[in-house]
Design a protein around this ligand. Sequence first.
Ligand code: GLO
Ligand code: MG
Length: 346
Amino acid sequence: MAKKQNYKFCFGPWNISEGADPYGPTTRPAQTFDWKLAQLKKLGFDAMMFHDDDAVPDIDAKSEAQIRKEAKELRKRLDGEGIAAEMVAPRLWFSPMTIDGGYTSNDPKARRYAIDRSLRCIDIAKILGTDLIVLWLAREGTYLREAKSGKRSVELLAQALDKMLAHDKRIRIAIEPKPNEPMDHAYIPTIGHALALAQLVRDPKRVGALIETAHCILAGLDPADEIEFAMAFGKLWSLHLNDQNGLKFDQDKPFGSTNLRSAFNQVRALERNGYGSRGEYICFDVHPFRSTKVEHWMDHLTNSRRTFLRLLEKARTFDEAAAGKLIADRDYQALDQMSIEHLLGK
Ligand code: GLO
Ligand code: MG
């Protein structure tokens, strides 16, 4: 095992959500950003993740100068609270301009909008003191094959990444792949695709990945293997831990809620490969159940952290020597049972 890490934790304002789903309205009242920041601090999390318009609301209606001014004010507040900004992500999937995608839209005006907005997002990140831009490529895909060209879309994505990298020489871009939802098919569905896309840009060192547990499961892949794959390239720059019950809509359940053994293997993969040693955070992209009452509103976040820390103990106390002997003897039957009993405890 690598040196033991002291992990740092974060979440985003959207993770304190109000319970709306496609079939029904909210079940909890909206809270202000200030309230969310206060909760984060009170619960002892270290950083907040931001969409560009979490940092500067109504961003499309504001001038560059106004965006910078508001970002600076936010930076002051974050510094005052001792809260870091983990990353900033352009929320490209809300605007009427990106109905058919942003960087890969068939409409050149929409593509220009997506790039301009991404450059503003980079300006905000710089002011908030983070070099990490997260790109969840939500609408970069198709509802039907005939509508776009896959090859051209990948080329457009690479061009967009190059423009962002050229805008600020210090930023790094972590692509957050997801195979579907909102689109039928996304062009960058897995970590393999994300890291292959990085090879098409002029400075591949500055394009890496963010792994989300639920997105791996939706792609039919094992999250722990995806973590190890990205770490083999030194490119796991952020992480959205959560859980997912099979191939459904993106559930963003509390970490470990569905598959404790998979969660254990994700923690073990992070721990044994030294995740966090370059300042990376453990982020929870989880949502409360729709049925959650206001007084239990933060529990999905504190429970996810608690489960992570309990599983960390399990990873640290896993009998590696005994496991090694079983592996050498190819006794995977016993290794399976040993892993189960370790998780079950005494
Ligand atoms: C949705 C994504 C989303 C992103 C966030 C940051 O499925 O997981 O929550 O992580 O918008 O870009
Ligand atoms: Mg996510």
